[in-house]
Design a protein around this ligand. Structure first.
Ligand code: S6P
Ligand code: ZN
Length: 189
């Protein structure tokens, strides 16, 4: 593969020449939110779009850099903000760089030792996701939250570990303020 260019629209947060789009609706996120009752009610009322990932295709091989723009829509389940599923990389020693393009949100990261880091993201914020840290992004605003992620193309996504254990903390809206609280469903293995 040779050099190529693409363009992010900074007004909409959308990657204009994307090759593939991943769509995640509420129904794709069973048991990820803490409040099961609020989740069931929300899904049956309207299976809302939670986030979309606009990807460029590069070969999934060592040395290549995958890059994708994620747009998380505003919304909450109970008091928990709309968020991504979250994952470790299948090659756990691979890092990733996030750059916020639009809106306001945050990234929650945790490692196998149960350590947690939460960093806020506003346009221009860059977050270095260190190797071995799982990562999930959260839209804490009432508009679209968009960011670019750049990562080794052979990193892979391990969703299973997060589905089993959850993250140690939830990111919630408490009377209009963003707070981290213990995740009652956290199932440390
Ligand atoms: C890939 C990178 C992002 C996420 C995207 C969706 O390593 O971290 O492109 O894939 O933000 O999140 P998730 O957890 O559903 O893959
Ligand atoms: Zn990642």
């Amino acid at each position: 593969m040779g050099p190529f260019a693409s363009r992010i629209n900074f007004n909409t947060g959308v990657l204009e020449q994307y090759d593939a789009k991943v769509v995640r609706k509420l129904s794709d996120m069973a048991s990820m939110f803490a409040n099961d009752q609020a989740y069931k009610q929300a899904v049956s009322a309207e299976d809302e779009l939670v986030y979309e990932v606009f990807e460029k295709h590069v070969p999934e091989e060592e040395g290549q850099l995958a890059h994708a723009v994620t747009v998380i829509y505003p919304g909450k389940i109970g008091d928990e903000y709309f968020m991504t599923k979250g994952h470790f990389h299948t090659k756990p020693n691979t890092a990733e760089l996030y750059l916020c393009i639009k809106g306001r949100g945050g990234i929650i990261m945790s490692n196998e030792q149960g350590k947690v880091s939460y960093l806020e993201m506003v346009p221009g914020s860059m977050v270095y996701v260190a190797p071995y840290w799982s990562h999930r992004t959260v839209n804490t605003s009432d508009e679209e939250f968009a960011f670019l992620a750049i990562y080794p193309a052979d990193a892979g996504h391990d969703y299973g570990s997060i589905e089993q254990t959850g993250f140690p903390k939830l990111v919630i809206d408490k009377n209009g303020k963003t707070e981290l609280i213990d995740n009652p469903k956290w199932n440390k293995s």
